[in-house]
Design a protein around this ligand. Structure first.
Ligand SMILES: NC(=O)c1ccc[n+]([C@@H]2O[C@H](COP(=O)([O-])OP(=O)(O)OC[C@H]3O[C@@H](n4cnc5c(N)ncnc54)[C@H](OP(=O)(O)O)[C@@H]3O)[C@@H](O)[C@H]2O)c1
Length: 214
């Protein structure tokens, strides 16, 4: 069966994957860009956004694995944008512009469904008010033989891990202390028993952790 994967998920030393106070001007709240500086520098990130340049370091080699073999993504509504509650701005089509970097169906979990959004480049956002298991069923169906990526945000990755629906996780542990925000690990006590865990620290100071289902 296809695998369920998380990639390039940045986490601070104290376990936060986003800061407090997400808004239109601050997608990661008070964390600003600090969780993702390692990623912004990679060629992979720049290519995702149609730019050239960027480093081809070990960080880039790890980051690049996010795309291969993925046929659909699942994300939480707070990753899609800063609005909360009923949609007020239907013009909002995500942070990523007309041609988002996913190029697959993307299932956005939300209690406020709205019509699907077909974007340029093969990305279609489907807004679904369903259990994680049902979202995964729909994503698997859309992905065919390919894998499904859980793209975040934090609550969504945590919930899929809690329900034991994830086969492979790549976390980038960034040497910063955020102090507040959204924590990944809460409620996941003993997670390490389910996964083979490997880590490698790169010259940038980031430690890449992979958790692969035993
Ligand atoms: N560290 C990283 O690498 C990384 C990567 C991606 C994103 N992020 C950051 O993570 C943050 C977003 O994460 P988050 O934890 O705030 O939220 P999130 O996981 O993106 O979304 C949570 C929301 O999704 C909806 N939802 C989740 N499960 C659902 C279900 N089964 N059925 C219906 N709706 C469901 C609910 O929204 P409603 O009830 O409002 O519809 C819920 O409040 C952003 O700041 C983003 O920038 C970080």
């Amino acid at each position: 069966m296809s695998r369920v994967r998380v990639h390039n998920f940045s986490i601070s030393l104290d376990g936060f994957c986003t800061g407090e106070g997400q808004s239109l001007d601050a997608p990661f709240g008070h964390a600003g860009g600090r969780l993702h500086e390692w990623f912004f520098r990679t060629r992979t990130f720049r290519e995702m956004h149609g730019d050239s340049g960027g480093g081809t370091s070990v960080d880039d080699a790890v980051a690049r694995t996010w795309e291969a073999g993925i046929g659909a993504e699942i994300m939480g509504r707070n990753k899609f944008g800063p609005q909360r509650g009923p949609w007020e701005d239907h013009e909002w089509t995500g942070w990523w512009g007309a041609n988002p970097p996913f190029h697959t169906p993307v299932f956005v979990l939300t209690h406020y469904p709205r019509p699907s959004l077909e974007m340029e480049g093969g990305t279609t956002f489907h807004f679904v008010d369903v259990t994680p298991q049902e979202a995964l069923r729909q994503a698997r169906e859309a992905a065919g033989d390919l894998d499904v990526r859980i793209g975040g945000g934090v609550a969504t990755v945590r919930e899929f891990l809690r329900l034991d629906l994830v086969d492979h996780v790549h976390l980038a542990v960034v040497p910063i202390v955020l102090g507040r925000g959204e924590r990944l690990w809460d409620g996941l006590e003993g997670l390490e028993e389910r996964f083979e865990i490997e880590s490698v620290t790169t010259p940038s100071g980031v430690t890449h952790l992979t958790l692969t289902r035993r």
